[in-house]
Design a protein around this ligand. Structure first.
Ligand SMILES: CC(C)(COP(=O)(O)OP(=O)(O)OC[C@H]1O[C@@H](n2cnc3c(N)ncnc32)[C@H](O)[C@@H]1OP(=O)(O)O)[C@@H](O)C(=O)NCCC(=O)NCCS
Length: 154
């Protein structure tokens, strides 16, 4: 059982292992409205392996986060998803906290991301982690729906 915010749980955040490519791609496609294939996920990993983390419960994937280096001082969150069965247990928080720690260690001063304007769960989640809406990006997604850009200083 995943236990919220305790030592046992913290130890289940790992760097992405390419053996999990099928599970990560499947979770991305179940959780987000855009579609992703192995190549897109592997490209994100190869571009910045340290910025790609996953949560495991035993050997079962619970969630993942993939980031990229956007500018010299700014990182981006490209993808973040927690399996529906494991939501509201603090796994997303553990992933983003570790990701922010890695960003600080790499000298980044801020993080940026895009989120659908109707994704109220993710917007609350990101606000809870210190992000604010800085812009609206019309027709950002392939179905032409809008995105908010969210940003925080580290
Ligand atoms: C957004 C997401 C990653 C959050 O993961 P999670 O592991 O459930 O998040 P946590 O348990 O760490 O939640 C931390 C806080 O975020 C907020 N939050 C998370 N889910 C929420 C929801 N459905 N509604 C409102 N607030 C929510 C709450 O403040 C929560 O704290 P609380 O549980 O003490 O109230 C998850 O809902 C998800 O995978 N969604 C689908 C994919 C997605 O939208 N990704 C983001 C694309 S940009």
């Amino acid at each position: 059982m995943v236990v919220r915010n305790n030592e046992e749980f913290q130890q289940s955040i790992h760097h992405f292992i390419p053996d999990y490519i099928a599970e990560v791609t499947d979770l991305a496609n179940r959780s987000m409205t855009e579609s992703y294939d192995h190549k897109v996920i592997m490209d994100a990993y190869r571009n910045w392996p340290e910025g790609f983390l996953m949560g495991l419960h035993g050997r079962t994937l619970t969630g993942f986060i993939a980031g990229s280096k956007f500018m010299r001082t700014e990182a981006r969150i490209l993808l973040l998803a927690v399996d529906e069965k494991y939501r509201r247990l603090g796994i997303g928080s553990a992933l983003i906290s570790r990701f922010m720690e890695i960003c600080r260690q790499n000298g980044f001063m801020s993080i940026r991301l895009e989120v659908r304007t109707d994704n109220t769960a993710a917007i609350s989640f990101y606000r809870n982690h210190g992000f604010s809406i800085t812009a609206t990006m019309p027709y950002y997604y392939s179905d032409l729906s809008d995105a908010f850009q969210m940003w925080r200083l580290l």
